[in-house]
Design a protein around this ligand. Structure first.
Ligand code: C2E
Ligand code: MG
Ligand code: MG
Length: 693
């Protein structure tokens, strides 16, 4: 064949022979020349190829018709030159990828193709591998449930995953080449753009929270995690970003925050948020040298509504009261619920102290109208204490405590009013604190004693009972009256211990007097009954101790013991209260209702618990002679009590005319200075043995 190339230049010849490129000449659909390389590539010898072999033999069937077409065109002078690739087939049947550059030419006076062929199998394999990898990465990215996107170095979208398409509701195809301004509302786009710019200026990673306008039209809270990527040459290529939807987490956080900072019932700021706000307001007041007022509000008699109408109704009352308080203040004031029926209002920027008083008066007036609670009409009033920053104090705790003290002062002044804090209240509070500390000591040091006040049978004029009244022999203050320490003992929780001591002491004394009387029996003189006062606190906590055991130990007949409780307790439906009351009843201990008429005075409850005595409060007894209504009330109570089989004891009888009126009204017993002051135990013993009355 070589000798059929007569003018072949030696160099070209060598080149053709050794070239890395296959070279061929085709004429009449047969190779008329192939170089060594081409033969090697296909695994033939040059001779084999240039023998009578159809060049199509080298073309894998898939590429066949196309390759054939090209050849045909060229051989008929049509095609000029052409570049194409196809899959070849070696002599041994294996496949290879080739690229062919063919030119139409004439050879020995007839049309022919001269072409170059390159074995690109390795490159194709590498390209396929890259394509596979890209497809794999594409699928991987699509599998990520979080929205993913990528942008070029100008911040234009290059692509995204399926989750991103779905999240923002834009198809991938419409996204590519767009900027954030094409896709997002301006305010959001500004934010993204600024973030992208910042990231490009300092390539690396970036995390920030922002909102995204999602496909459903809502804005969702998200975290963007972005990072830059580089091109192969090391220059900035763009960024890739992942979006984490944190709307749900935000919503939960907000719910948790609400729960932690707002009162669930009234929706008002709770104690915690109140403290935050107060601390802020105090700082502001300090900066602007302005005055701030705290209004400590406590509803009067809320407990009664709660106890009689039930907790649901009580809740409704609190909700309505909260609303009314809010209506009496400005929107910029903070109304908070401290718990129970206590509210605190923060009034910032109070120029005149009187203005706070005016707000307090408005609140009281707002609460004065009846509350419609599920058809029940209820009236509650409020007592309000006011303290000022900086006039009264500058610390948060101090101010709250001062407003609280002022509130108690308002209650003591007869409720339904307001009081400004004064320093004497603080002195009083300090004294209570001191008494509290001393009280704990008093229980241990045995500083208590009982005085006994005779109770006289009005018909016979005889002493038939006595009330045990507590006294405290304070090492410095001398004899302290119960009014000065019982409420403190209740507050600090030592009333149970004190009450137990009272039981023991009174039962021991009653037992002594019983045996004394049996040694010196007087005609018709029954053994004396001793009544002890029980604090509601003691009752509610179920801390009435081992009184029954004590009765047994002393061998005192139970009817010689009576307990005095307040009306409120009868309304209390708590199990401990009912159980304790029934335990006394079942043991045969008699029950008196103390200070009757000052509380709720619900007759039906007297019947329910089979009460033995009513003690008409001394405020009614005091008015008997000059307040016709007091006399009427006393008479009515006596009649009603008798109808229910209950005996009546009048308290605080000081004059003969009071005694006379009570006797005429049918009152059974009386106690008061007229007969005797409360006496120390030994004096009362002596009084008994003399049989005085
Ligand atoms: P109370 O049970 O209503 O006791 C009657 C109070 O009236 C006693 O005051 C008594 O000294 C006073 N009193 C008696 N006669 C007259 C009178 O003619 N005129 C006037 N104006 N007052 C008279 P006291 O002893 O100061 O006790 C006050 C309250 O302290 C008692 O009221 C009772 O609620 C409570 N208390 C007394 N001792 C105890 C106790 O051992 N335990 C508990 N939990 N409370 C007690
Ligand atoms: Mg009493
Ligand atoms: Mg009383």
């Amino acid at each position: 064949m070589n000798d059929r190339l007569p003018e072949a230049d030696t160099l070209l010849h060598g080149l053709l022979r050794n070239a890395l490129i296959g070279v061929y000449v085709i004429q009449h659909q047969r190779f008329v020349y192939v170089n060594r390389r081409l033969a090697d590539v296909f695994g033939y010898t040059q001779e084999e190829l240039c023998a009578d072999l159809d060049p199509q033999t080298l073309v894998a069937s898939a590429g066949g018709p196309r390759a054939r077409h090209q050849l045909d065109r060229r051989t008929v002078w049509e095609a000029g030159e052409d570049f194409h690739d196809f899959q070849g087939i070696r002599k041994n049947g294996s496949r290879l990828d080739v690229e062919v550059f063919g030119v139409s030419t004439s050879y020995a006076g007839a049309p022919a193709i001269i072409g170059m062929l390159l074995d690109v199998s390795e490159r194709s394999a590498a390209e396929r591998a890259v394509a596979d990898q890209l497809r794999f990465i594409g699928q991987l990215v699509d599998t990520i449930p979080s929205p993913v996107f990528y942008k070029d170095e100008d911040g234009r979208y290059l692509g995204c995953n399926a989750a991103f398409e779905e999240f923002i509701g834009v198809e991938r195809a419409k996204l590519v080449g767009r900027s954030v301004y094409d896709l997002s509302p301006k305010d959001l786009a500004d934010r993204y753009f600024a973030a992208d710019q910042a990231l490009f200026e300092r390539p690396g990673k970036q995390t920030y929270e922002a909102a995204v306008a999602s496909a459903d039209g809502t804005r969702r809270d998200v975290v963007f995690y972005k990072a830059t990527f580089n091109k192969a040459d090391g220059t900035l290529g763009g960024l890739v970003g992942v979006i984490l939807d944190i709307s749900e987490r935000k919503r939960m956080e907000q719910a948790v925050w609400r729960e932690a900072n707002y009162d669930a019932l009234t929706g008002l700021p709770n104690r915690r948020l109140f403290r935050d706000r107060l601390s802020e307001e105090l700082k502001r007041a300090q900066r602007s040298a302005s005055r701030l007022a705290l209004l400590f509000i406590d509803l009067d008699r809320f407990k009664e509504v709660n106890d009689t109408l039930g907790h649901d109704v009580g809740d409704q009352l609190l909700v309505q009261a909260a609303r009314r308080i809010c209506m009496s203040v400005r929107a910029s004031d903070t109304v908070s619920r401290q718990g129970g029926d206590e509210f605190i209002v923060i009034l910032p920027q109070v120029v005149e102290a009187g203005a706070a008083g005016q707000v307090a008066a408005d609140i009281i007036q707002g609460l004065a109208a009846p509350f419609d609670l599920d058809g029940h009409l209820a009236y509650v009033s409020a007592s309000i204490g006011i303290a000022f920053y900086p006039d009264d104090g500058s610390e948060m705790e101090t101010l709250v405590s001062y407003a609280d003290q002022a509130m108690y002062a308002a209650k003591a002044l007869g409720r339904n009013g307001f009081c400004h804090f004064t320093q004497s209240m603080q002195t009083h509070a300090m004294e209570r604190l001191e008494i509290g500390t001393d009280l704990r000591q008093a229980v241990i040091a045995d500083e208590f004693l009982l005085h006994y006040q005779p109770i006289v049978d009005l018909a016979s004029n005889r002493v038939v009972k006595a009330e045990a009244l507590l006294r405290w022999n304070h090492p410095r203050r001398g004899l302290v009256q119960p009014a000065e320490f019982i409420s403190i003992a209740e507050e600090i929780g030592v009333i149970g211990d004190i009450g137990n001591w009272v039981f023991h002491e009174a039962i021991a004394a009653a037992t002594r007097w019983q045996s004394l009387q049996s040694e010196m029996p007087r005609a018709g003189q029954a053994p004396i009954q001793i009544s002890v006062n029980i604090s509601p606190q003691q009752f509610i906590a179920g801390k009435c101790g081992d009184w029954s055991e004590c009765l047994r130990r002393h061998g005192l007949p139970p009817h010689l013991l009576a307990v005095e409780i307040t009306e409120g307790l009868l309304l209390d439906e708590r199990q401990a209260v009912v159980d304790t009351l029934l335990a006394f009843r079942n043991a045969g201990v008699q029950v008196s209702i103390d200070d009757f008429g000052t509380g709720y005075s619900a007759m039906s409850y007297l019947k329910k618990f089979d009460i033995d005595y009513l003690k008409i409060d001394r405020s009614f007894v005091h008015g008997l002679t000059h307040e016709p209504s007091d006399l009427a009330i006393a008479e009515a109570v006596i009649v009603m009590a008798h109808k229910l089989g209950i005996k009546v004891i009048a308290e605080g009888v000081e004059t003969d005319s009071q005694r006379e009126l009570l006797r005429q009204a049918g009152c059974d017993y009386a106690q008061g200075h007229l007969f005797s002051d409360p006496l120390p135990a030994h004096e009362f013993g002596a009084y008994l043995s003399q049989g005085a009355a």
